[in-house]
Design a protein around this ligand. Structure first.
Ligand code: F6R
Length: 604
């Protein structure tokens, strides 16, 4: 949530910052700004600040931006938490002397108290943000040593931060982290840092992931890390493996479409090296025999994959599984102990609620496992053991390939536990799992057919998605995808629940999508379709083949290949991703950056 980028080196900094912001814009896009250390006509250093409400293009198209010259600066793209999106509330924020500028991700919980004290001391505030207190606190404590001033500031604040500060008098950038990720990139004669490694890829692959309660002093070509008590830390340098190409659109109109189309490869990468001679190869540092209960914690789409995980893990391993919204789990004093395994599922590995739920479970002695996409993310670092998705960077705000790879990873995990508990694996399931990438290529062929169907629903106000068993959470996911990018109100239900309420909504204005692929409950789903048709509802069904019986009652069909029940959610969700995508695109909406949303939710 919010993107930050900073650079100190020899190059003209503005293009570097703007390029970085472009890579980070998916994290927040209600306003953007930069602060650069410049030299005025009297040869004095000063901070030049420019910020604008709206998309990054508003900032980058300002005439003044071409006049800003310097080799050190910080920049930010915002997703508002405190204070409406406008020019003043945009970051960076400066102090009263205009010598200090800061950018901040996260939330300063005690900002009102701090602001009151600072105002009494004579500081004048311009914005309604919580972040501005940081600029004034650094000003208050600054006596020539920026690092010390930042440290004293951070001793006073409560909440979360990924912070960068510069001062006109210093040639260094101070960054600090508690709860909001920051990655530092190292170059020969420059140092760069950002809230997300993707923004560094054009410059370097040698990175250091700053840890919570650490700060770093960035100078031209050097980086020193210490904790808030001043103790020096080692520079643990890692190499980023993602290519720049992987994070670009590759000719697709949107990242979301590119990421939907990438699913065969993403799943292939997720499976790579993890199945050999019919056996599951995972390196999990867990005593599986001692696990009496599994609790899955996650948010949004990742929570939906957790729900499917419950069906699959329970059926395969007979270990009871609970699935909790991470935001609820963290505050309800959950019944968790050393005999429990907590699985945190997260694409970003940075979601604040999921991280807090994980920490809560660890405090209670539970074993922990992460199913995470972003390598080196906070959750990935804090779990006892993990399974990386290897889906590659997911930039579109609506999660697609992360969902299908999460389901793949959950299947691998279930099979692995079963195997390690001494049970025989179902060979057909293992074989079919290996063939999944090629089955998905076939499903992607439904793209044009779904686009045609989408044209009929761009004016819809509501939508119902119904499915059963492992495909009930797929209905939830279809509804979430549609509402988040097309702004059509949508609900997902287990099909049999329709008669307990939602059926009252059915009329000719209510499209209902059924996941009606072959399963044990197919007959019951057919009855539900008839019930909707009898009430004049518009029906769409995902089916496996021409099926005269179902087709009598549906207006539109989407045919997908038949597969085993355990794998069917991965196949069936793809037409739903396309449906949401095409409805939103045909409505002319900004698919990759839907309103009010951000890719990585690092605030509560
Ligand atoms: C929906 C979506 C969100 C995320 C949720 C959790 O398309 O992307 O619902 O799934 O914010 O994010 P992660 O998986 O990064 O923890």
């Amino acid at each position: 949530m919010c993107g930050i980028i900073c650079y100190v080196g020899k190059e003209d900094v503005v293009p570097i910052l703007l390029n970085g912001l472009q890579m980070l814009e998916y994290r927040g896009y209600d306003s953007a700004g930069i602060a650069v250390r410049t030299t005025n006509e009297n040869n004095c250093n000063e901070i030049t600040l420019l910020k604008k409400k709206g998309r990054l293009s508003e900032l980058s198209s300002q005439k003044e931006i071409t006049e800003i010259k310097g080799t050190m600066g910080i920049a930010h793209t915002r997703w508002a938490t405190h204070g409406e999106p406008n020019d003043v509330n945009a970051h960076p924020h400066a102090d009263c002397t205009n010598k200090i500028a800061i950018i901040h991700n996260g939330i300063i919980e005690n900002y009102s108290a701090l602001k009151k004290i600072l105002e009494e001391e004579g500081h004048t505030f311009c914005s309604q943000t919580d972040s501005e207190v940081l600029a004034h606190l650094v000003e208050k404590f600054y006596t020539g040593d920026l690092k010390e001033a930042v440290k004293k500031t951070l001793n006073l604040v409560e909440g979360t931060f990924g912070l960068a500060a510069i001062c006109a008098d210093n040639d260094e950038i101070i960054i600090a982290r508690r709860g909001s990720p920051i990655v530092i990139g190292l170059g020969k004669d420059f140092t760069i840092a950002a809230s997300d490694a993707t923004a560094l890829l054009n410059h370097t692959r040698r990175v250091i992931y700053l840890q919570d309660d650490e700060l770093a002093i960035l100078k031209e070509g050097s980086c020193t890390i210490e904790d808030f008590a001043g103790e020096k830390k080692d520079n643990n340098i890692e190499e980023i493996k993602w290519s720049v190409e992987q994070v670009e659109k590759k000719g697709y109109k949107h990242f979301m479409l590119k990421e939907i189309m990438e699913q065969p490869l993403a799943i292939e990468n997720c499976l790579r090296g993890r199945i050999k001679n019919g056996k599951i190869k995972l390196t999990l540092n867990l005593d599986l025999k001692s696990i009496k209960k599994i609790t899955i914690v996650a948010c949004g789409t990742s929570w939906h994959s957790g729900l499917i995980g419950k069906y699959i893990i329970e059926a395969m391993t007979k270990i009871p599984v609970e699935v909790d919204y991470a935001s609820e789990f963290r505050y309800r004093d959950p019944l968790v102990n050393e005999d429990n395994l907590i699985i945190a599922i997260s694409q970003s590995g940075e979601t604040a609620d999921t991280l807090a739920a994980l920490r809560e479970a660890k405090k209670k002695g539970a074993k922990t496992l992460g199913i995470i996409n972003v390598v080196g993310s906070t959750i990935a670092r804090e779990v006892d053991s993990g399974i990386y998705l290897h889906a590659g960077p997911e930039i579109g705000v609506a999660s697609t390939k992360a969902f299908t790879t999460q389901l793949t990873a959950l299947l691998l995990f279930s099979l692995y536990v079963k195997q390690e508990l001494g049970e025989e694996l179902d060979d057909e399931l293992v074989e079919t799992l290996l063939e999944l990438p090629s089955s998905i290529k076939t499903v992607l062929d439904c793209r044009d057919a779904v686009k045609e169907i989408a044209k009929h629903f761009i004016a819809s106000k509501n939508f119902l998605f119904l499915g059963r068993d492992v495909n009930f959470p797929v209905a939830l996911e279809g509804a979430l995808k549609l509402k988040e990018i097309s702004y059509i109100h949508a609900e997902g239900y287990p099909a049999a629940e329709m008669k307990h309420g939602p059926i009252a909504l059915i009329d000719s204005e209510m499209p209902v999508l059924f996941i009606a692929t072959k399963c044990l409950l197919s007959d019951k789903i057919l009855s539900n379709i008839q019930e909707v048709k009898a009430r004049g509802g518009k029906t769409i069904a995902i089916i496996n083949e021409e099926d005269n019986e179902i087709e009598r009652f549906i207006d539109y069909k989407i045919i997908v290949p038949h597969t085993l029940k355990e794998l069917s959610p991965i196949i069936n969700v793809i037409p739903l991703q396309f449906l949401a995508y095409f409805v939103a695109d045909l409505k002319g909406l900004d698919v990759d950056k839907p309103r009010n949303l951000a890719k990585s939710v690092t605030v509560e």
